[in-house]
Ligand binder design. Structure first.
Ligand code: HEM
Length: 149
């Protein structure tokens, strides 16, 4: 790393590699931490097939990373955002708990985890999380017509 420069992409990618290499155990632990974060979240996942959910979440996180790079929201991301807002009724607070649970899990798997790593994740996931939190503004103005669901 160059002096006085923080390469957040490098910090993010190094920690994300740890998730990629341990994805089954990582997402197992993540859902445990996330469900323990609030009774509302625990309730939402009652009866949900967590095995299926784990794979979908990993793919979705890769889409969020891609969105950070491109700022192009494809139909996949719009649909996931729409489902979370309109069907699962996910609040901003729940998204914040999602992020904190993800970081708690990462800290258990990634020995180099620390404040810089957390900031790298905040920066990288911010555009996608903002899209998901604010999707109703786009949908409610009918900008996308009836095409999302
Ligand atoms: C950035 C954060 C999140 C990502 C990337 C994400 C990703 C996904 C994906 C890809 C699916 C399956 C496809 C779909 O239903 O659209 C899903 C389903 C779901 N998510 Fe999320 N999710 C996130 C946050 C949350 C939060 C905060 C909650 C709140 C508790 C939540 C609750 C659910 C529920 C209830 C389902 C449906 C499960 C089922 O019935 O099979 N998600 N999520």
């Amino acid at each position: 790393m160059r002096e006085n420069v923080i390469d957040f992409s490098e910090v993010f990618n190094d920690s994300f590699d740890t998730i990629r290499l341990n994805s089954a155990t990582f997402y197992d632990r993540f859902y445990q931490v996330f469900r323990e974060a609030s009774p509302d979240i625990d309730r939402v996942f009652n009866g949900v097939d967590i095995e299926k959910q784990k794979d979908m979440l990993h793919i979705a996180i890769m889409h969020l990373v891609q969105f950070f790079v491109s700022k192009e929201a494809d139909s996949y991301l719009l649909k996931v955002a729409y489902h979370h807002k309109k069907i699962y009724q996910v609040s901003d607070e729940m998204y914040d708990l999602f992020f904190d649970s993800l970081m708690q899990t990462l800290s258990e798997f990634y020995p180099k985890y620390g404040p810089t790593c957390r900031v790298a994740w905040k920066i990288t996931l911010a555009p996608g999380l903002e899209l998901m939190k604010n999707i109703a503004d786009i949908y409610d103005q009918n900008i996308l017509g009836d095409s999302i669901p």
